[in-house]
Design a binder for this molecule. Sequence first.
Ligand code: ATP
Length: 456
Amino acid sequence: MQRENKKIGWLEGIIEAVHDGILVIDRDGIVQLINEEYTNITGVKREQIIGRTLVEVRPGAQLPTVLKTGKVMEGVFRKEKDMEYVVDMAPIYENSEIIGAVSICKSIPELYELSKELRKSKQRVNQLEKAVGLIHRARYTFSDIIGGNTHLRKLIYQAKKISTSNLSILITGESGTGKELFAQAIHQESTRNAQPFVPVNCAAIPSALLESELFGYEEGAFTNSKKEGKIGLFELANKGTLFLDEIGDMPLDLQAKLLRVLQEGTFRKIGGLKEQQIDVRIIAATNKDLLNMVQRERFREDLYYRINTVHLPIPSLRQRKDDIPEIVASIIRNQKHIREFQIEEDVINILMEYDWPGNIRELKNTINYAVNMTDNDSITYEHLPETIKVLFLQNKTKLNPPQSLEALIKETERKAIMDTLKETGVSVKGKKEAANKLGISLASLYNKLAKLQINL
Ligand SMILES: Nc1ncnc2c1ncn2[C@@H]1O[C@H](COP(=O)(O)OP(=O)(O)OP(=O)(O)O)[C@@H](O)[C@H]1O
């Protein structure tokens, strides 16, 4: 008996500790137990209900039904005077026999608070999921930068040395020279490599949106803003690296804000009141002449010197043509996964003569195209894209000016044909159009191409 009392004492203690309202009836529907939270939610006091039949005190109660049917009921809405709450009810079993029933109530305001919390958490999870999509973890390391060109090697040496510092870096160079590749490699070599690498292309985001992308905004900061606010890229890159690509396209007012972040190490969300500490390493890149922009007051001088602590000018591919064979071999290896793939010497010569305005990106595209055009394991002139073939033939004419009258006529013809084909393209349709423009028949165009040994 003493043990039994002790059990009930424990039970009451536990029931009191629960944050929900609890009411227990026995098999006769008589209320045996309630906790204080039950009184808080329903307004019914212990002395009004304990030892009495539940329906007598609370005629609308559904717990006696649970007692009868043995079926659990969940989420039953109750409204009593100005109290609203939700009840879960379940039978209590002993040796497979129902000996009573329990009801557990939660007040609506509490549920409302909980669901608000849940909604907020869900929104944050959504935002973070989206943000994780943006963070492409840096994939490349210095070993992925191909080329033995002396100037490039010096740059790699310098970049490796400053990787572990927190210095801001400015990488300049034409499009496709490998600026982002360098930025990723620096991040990977740094102590921040386990943290995010967040790239943002300042030219690709409309200036009106760039500020909120970078700094984020607080709940309801402006009309049309997302209700739950937005996490900015600075916050996402915290402890990692923020790669500001095309920084020359950043609007002047935002440049001032960026400078503040770099100087103070703090930022404020749009519509936010408190400054947040931030620890982000900035690597900026551009293909524009920033110094010239500074002179024309299109770029802030103070920001220029702040991000230019270390400057890595990446050479264009035409300034390091000696690297072309090695880069081509590496592209083929990556695409074909075989080392024996052949590339005719003539083709390498053409690639070496071409100017590559799109730099390594263009070289990559060209080789990938050629590899896909081959049926066997050898790339020949035929497999090159038309644009390169045409330009190559034009250059050849420039490089070897004709001497005799006959040669001069031949070359004039060649030039006229090549210029027209450059406009129309070298597909059958293009050739038909070119023949039309030149005032000759298609058959005669083919004859001339054969005579001039133009192999398209
Ligand atoms: N030295 C290199 N060795 C191997 N691949 C390279 C090298 N440099 C660049 N690439 C490759 O060329 C492509 C373009 O490089 P990346 O995007 O880094 O250039 P970028 O200068 O940042 O271009 P943009 O200014 O247009 O953004 C990528 O596929 C990159 O992997």
